[in-house]
Design a protein around this ligand. Structure first.
Ligand code: ADP
Ligand code: 5GP
Length: 223
């Protein structure tokens, strides 16, 4: 009856470092069968345990700049003195085959995507409070004290931009946060602007069926 756009959604997820973006998105992808997290390229050094091609594509600053010249990125930004970018390839194919594509990117990148693809869905992940954010960043054991302070300074600026997003999800309990993101995606797919065609049986056809319905003739009306 309704022909709805079956393309995947482009979902942009941002939030301060340590808010839980990766944890939420990874859990989401593991528990749904039609979502894919885009793997970014970065010039920052890999952290302990990070895997090339799984967490990021790690390149040098010079290699990154070469890719910019070649037009390989949908968007890119400099975050805390390192390049980060979303490779263009694959994204369109996934979206066209009905798979939701998740970009976990910073605010500058999100704002660039908003200009380029205004129909994308923008979700901001917020920590329950700044002390919890600090504990999570320290607990992740991936950053030096200096880097944590640097990320914290950026975090305050990022949170001031929350209203540029469509939705905000406070990451208190992980399961709770994931189910909120799932609910947002579900609701987004019900938006009327995804309707491409409305095909109804004709009114005459339905009235004719009512008129010739013998069972209906025998119905006793309760008035
Ligand atoms: P981001 O991707 O936003 O930088 P991470 O997903 O790496 O953040 O999460 C930062 C740290 O906080 C990780 O050690 C992660 O296990 C932890 N964490 C994430 N969400 C929660 C939560 N809801 N409750 C407790 N710890 C969490
Ligand atoms: P991290 O170093 O903690 O992995 O990432 C630092 C910041 O860069 C995070 O806010 C992360 O979302 C963002 N980021 C990761 N990949 C990209 C990308 O491809 N583009 C942009 N603009 N930001 C990214």
């Amino acid at each position: 009856m309704l022909k709805v756009n079956g393309n995947g959604l482009l979902i942009v997820v941002s939030g301060p470092s340590g808010a839980g973006k990766d944890t939420i998105c990874k859990t989401l992808v593991e528990t749904t069968d039609n979502a894919w997290i885009s793997i970014s390229m970065t010039s920052r050094n890999p952290r302990n345990g990070e895997v090339e091609g799984k967490d990021y594509y790690f390149v040098t600053k010079e290699e990154f700049e070469e890719k910019i010249k070649e037009g390989k990125f949908l968007e890119y930004a400099i975050y805390n003195n390192n390049y980060y970018g979303t490779p263009k390839d694959k994204i369109e194919d996934y979206l066209n085959s009905g798979i939701d594509v998740i970009l976990v990117i910073d605010i500058q990148g999100a704002l660039n995507i908003k200009k380029l693809i205004p129909s994308a869905l923008f979700i901001f992940i917020m920590p329950p409070d700044m002390k919890t954010l600090k504990q999570r960043l320290i607990g992740r054991k991936t950053e030096t004290k200096e880097k944590i302070i640097e990320r914290f300074t950026t975090a305050y600026n990022e949170i001031n931009n929350v209203k540029k997003y469509n939705y905000v999800v406070v990451n208190d309990e992980i399961d709770n946060a994931v189910s909120k993101v799932k609910a947002i995606i579900k609701a987004e797919k019900c938006r009327v602007d995804r309707i491409e065609e409305i095909n109804l049986e004709t009114k005459e056809e339905i009235i004719h069926e009512i008129l010739i319905d013998k069972e209906f003739d025998n119905n006793e009306m309760e008035i």
